[in-house]
Design a protein around this ligand. Structure first.
Ligand code: SF4
Length: 176
């Protein structure tokens, strides 16, 4: 049996959703023979690959880089999951949405510091005007709320998808 090609993506999030994935603990051993992890912070791949079966996306879409990666994820994945409240609603990253990016950056890097009064530019992706939930940037196949979603719910989702079934999340997840 060929393994499902699974990717994880970290956009504007705190990595807590990835930590919850790792909290599957010994259940990861059951999943391991069935999946090949092809991209994400847990593996070394530099470029999001073609032909991915399932991609779990943590975080809101907050920068130009986030948007480009999200679009690549959609183009190269059969099934895309918005994992966690930041990806589902914008959650914490969207708290900045009432403040224009330029004003926000100057408040943090110029007004809010005692040295190096300068907004960093080199190697820093341009912020979008607003941090958006994933479904505002690309089509999403499944929303898994939670901050973070419980490990058991993530394991259930993966197990159901690998078995060719649609996960039914009622009662298994909640916001916050
Ligand atoms: Fe972190 Fe919660 Fe956002 Fe996940 S949903 S990235 S745990 S803040």
């Amino acid at each position: 049996m060929s393994k499902a090609r699974v990717a994880t993506v970290w956009l504007d999030g705190c990595s807590g959703c990835h930590m919850s994935l790792l909290d599957l603990d010994e259940a990861l051993i059951d999943l391991a023979p069935k999946i090949e992890l092809v991209f994400g912070p847990l593996v070394d791949a530099q470029e999001f690959p073609e032909g991915v079966d399932v991609t779990l996306v943590e975080g809101a879409v907050s920068s130009q880089d986030d948007l480009q990666l999200a679009q690549k994820v959609r183009a190269r994945s059969k099934f895309v999951i918005a994992l966690g409240d930041c990806a589902v609603t914008g959650n914490v990253p969207s708290m900045r949405n009432q403040i224009p990016p330029k004003q926000l950056l100057e408040r943090i890097y110029v007004d809010g510091v005692n040295v190096n009064h300068r907004v960093p530019a080199d190697g820093v992706p341009a912020l979008l005007k607003q941090a958006a939930p994933l479904h505002e940037a690309i089509r999403v196949d499944l929303h898994v709320p939670g901050c973070p979603p419980p490990a058991a719910a993530i394991g259930y989702v993966l197990t159901e998808l690998l078995a060719g079934r649609k996960p039914e999340l009622t009662g298994k997840v909640k916001f916050g």
